[in-house]
Design a protein around this ligand. Structure first.
Ligand code: CTP
Length: 407
């Protein structure tokens, strides 16, 4: 089951040039399985048509308090009646100011005032309007009132200026919305997460590595943050934008990943989820000059030395904390996983078989088997990596709470 299936979202589009990006937000949320009820301000409809919003959301879009589409005329009450979340994107300085004051002089603002559930605001405006002390004062007031913001980004603005004020990327708005809707089952926990590959340098231009892209680790990191955990993310070279809200420690080699991870582990983490594909070996000597191809030598032999095992070292210093490992195998996955779990002393091992379709490096899906230290084993169907991560958080929360109770 997808996270967004059966979620009811109300979206208010207010009048700025970024209104057209609401179309992408609606499409993304609906593609994920959410129902999206859209309301536009009159100014929004100067930038984007009602028909576009209606076609994309699959429902009628109202903008006028006094031209209701509901039989009883109470559109501002019905709009959000069954909503799990109200998103205002893009939010102009004007609508933010009205919200902060509790004004209700049109359909959008009466709807906001009549809604008692969680609200996410994604502002977009000229940078001077955003940084104006009146806007900042209004934002601070709304944050104090419990309204969540996904702050605008810096960059080139529609007005031709550079600065802070661009609507946050749609993926970030969706992530923030998901975070708001996720129960905070990991609140109070600080988790170390390793992700991505490592690069073991041979010389200044070459390295030994593997096919890890970091996608599983990123899904785990987002799910942990959404569940309310603090996250220390130690990650090797990947081509992904770092998740918002994590303490970031980019590294290159296994030794660096080990050093950063041990420092984090010794500084109050309550659990570790080690998804990284750590290089098991590194060249014994790293050449300072580029290794040259010799005409005489048809073969090149290189001596490798073993890298420290982060998971085994952390698990040896567990002291009642929870340690989760990952294992990517090529055949005999369960037997090898059982042996690995015992050898590394982890509480949970997530195994996937690289020989199976749609699982492993670079894919967006994974078919995993979870080994528990209690001896329980469960195989999950093919799921998105995000869904695997969310389900895993429930297992980790149970383990963390059991350890806490017994500790
Ligand atoms: N791991 C680690 N440090 C290492 C090697 C592995 O922390 N130096 C962690 C991985 O992040 C993963 C788990 O150990 O959570 C299993 O990794 P894997 O490479 O499958 O384990 P290995 O002991 O290297 O076994 P194999 O011989 O199968 O490579």
């Amino acid at each position: 089951m997808k996270f967004w299936a059966k979620k009811n979202i109300s979206l208010i589009v207010s009048g700025g040039i970024a209104a057209y990006r609401a179309c992408d937000l609606i499409r993304t949320l609906r593609r994920e399985g959410a129902d999206v009820a859209v309301l536009a301000t009159k100014s929004a409809l100067e930038f984007i048509t009602e028909l576009s919003l209606q076609a994309l959301s699959g429902a009628r879009v109202n903008s006028d308090l006094f031209t209701p589409i509901q039989a009883d005329g109470m559109d501002h009450i019905h709009q959000t009646k069954n909503s799990d979340l109200l998103i205002i994107a893009p939010a102009t300085a004007n609508i933010i100011a009205k919200m902060a004051m509790g004004l209700a002089d049109d359909l959008a603002t009466t709807t906001i005032l009549a809604y008692s559930g969680p609200i996410l605001v994604a502002p977009a405006m000229n940078s001077r309007m955003w940084l104006n002390s009146a806007t900042q004062r209004n934002v601070a007031q709304l944050k104090k009132d419990g309204v969540q913001f996904i702050d605008p980004q810096s960059g080139s603005l529609a007005c031709g200026e550079e600065g802070e004020g661009r609507l946050a990327p749609i993926a970030h708005i969706v992530d923030a919305a998901q975070a708001l809707l996720t129960p905070k089952i990991l609140k109070g926990h600080r988790l170390l997460i390793t992700a991505g590959p490592t690069h073991e340098a041979l010389d200044p231009v070459r390295f030994i590595s593997n096919h890890s892209t970091g996608k599983m680790g990123w899904s785990i990191c987002r799910a942990a943050l959404n569940a309310g955990a603090e996250v220390v993310l130690v990650y090797g070279p990947v081509n992904l934008e770092p998740p918002l809200g994590a303490e970031l420690h980019p590294v290159t080699s296994a030794q660096e990943m080990y050093d950063q991870s041990m420092t984090a582990w010794d500084k109050g983490c309550t659990g570790a989820i080690l998804t990284a594909a750590v290089g098991d070996y590194r060249p014994l000597t790293q050449q300072t000059d580029k290794i040259k191809k010799s005409q005489d030598n048809q073969q090149l032999t290189m001596e490798l030395t073993v890298n420290p095992d982060i998971l085994a070292t952390i698990a040896a210093k567990k002291d009642g904390r929870v340690v989760v490992g990952f294992a990517a195998e090529t055949g005999h996955a369960i037997e090898r996983g059982r042996e690995k779990m015992a050898r590394k002393n982890c509480d949970l091992l997530v195994i996937n078989d690289l020989l199976e379709a749609d699982s492993g490096f670079g894919t967006d899906t994974n078919r995993v088997t979870i080994l528990h230290n209690s001896g329980k084993e469960e195989t999950w169907p093919l799921l998105s990596k995000d869904m695997v991560a969310q389900k895993l958080m429930q297992n980790i929360a149970t383990l963390l709470n059991t350890v806490k109770k017994n500790g």
